[in-house]
Design a protein around this ligand. Structure first.
Ligand code: PGA
Length: 253
């Protein structure tokens, strides 16, 4: 069975002290829950990674970005090697906020994907359409091109280290979740697209997360869909109660 994942994306929230408190609580409650089927990840700001990794023994830790270059004179950047050296197993790449606010193109993402894989990081790779694309009926084409341009140059062994996160941009932080039907339809399409490139077995083994206003109330319905393997959770990952409810919803399905 493919891996089920509930990953928190804290974005630019929480001071170091607040983040340590939240991570501690999440870690301890996940340890008590001892999920059998669900990998829990917290995606913290860079500043928090080393400290959170020290206390995390029931959850994995992810960065939210990495540099395109390996090292050197790139003021303000954080390399994949640094992230790995802080104890991280994952990095989120291609989030729509990075794509739209920081101009991350497919070409930039190809470089980031390479740096992450070279340093042993598994990747949560985000794809998703904006509202205008959906309204124009172009959502499948957009997501397909994001997969093709960002990932499909990888060989099968590298692709096996990718978790795909479908995050319709119109649902992120808006309180407007995709319906479970819309999510399933796109997840099934993503899996079929992966099958076309890497074969059915690889597609069946790929974890595909849904993200975009996923919360304690709608998680159960979303996770009931056969191709929705878990969630990438923004706002609702900032409160331990809400995040744990989502983890429970995944674990109990
Ligand atoms: P949201 O964010 O859950 O706050 O909508 C999800 C994400 O951007 O990963």
């Amino acid at each position: 069975m493919r891996k089920r994942i509930v990953a928190g994306n804290w974005k630019m929230n929480k001071t170091l002290q607040e983040g340590i408190e939240l991570a501690k609580e999440v870690n301890n409650r996940v340890k008590a829950l001892a999920p059998q089927h669900t990998q829990v990840i917290v995606g913290t700001p860079f500043i928090h990674l080393a400290e959170v990794n020290k206390l995390a023994d029931a959850i994995a830790v992810s960065a939210q970005n990495c540099a395109t270059e390996a090292s050197g004179a790139y003021t303000g950047e954080v390399s994949a090697a640094m992230i790995a050296s802080a104890g991280c197993r994952y990095v989120i790449l291609g989030h729509s906020e990075r794509r739209s606010y920081y101009g991350e193109t497919d070409e930039i993402l190809v470089k980031k994907v390479a740096r992450a894989l070279e340093n042993g990081l598994d990747i949560i790779f985000c794809v998703g359409e904006v509202l205008a694309d959906r309204e124009a009926g172009k959502h499948f084409d957009i997501v397909k091109s994001q997969l093709e341009n960002g990932l499909f140059h990888l060989d099968a062994a590298s692709f096996a280290r990718i978790v795909v996160a479908y995050e319709p941009v119109w649902a992120i932080g808006t309180g407007k979740t995709a319906t479970s039907t819309q999510a399933e339809e796109m997840h099934a399409f993503i899996r079929q697209t992966i099958a076309g490139r890497y074969g059915k077995e690889a597609a069946t083994a790929t974890t595909i997360l849904y993200g975009g206003s996923c919360n304690a109330k709608n998680a159960d319905e979303l996770f009931s869909q056969p191709d929705v393997d878990g969630g990438l959770i923004g706002g609702a990952s900032l409160k331990a109660d809400d995040f744990l409810a989502i983890i429970n919803a995944r674990e109990n399905h």
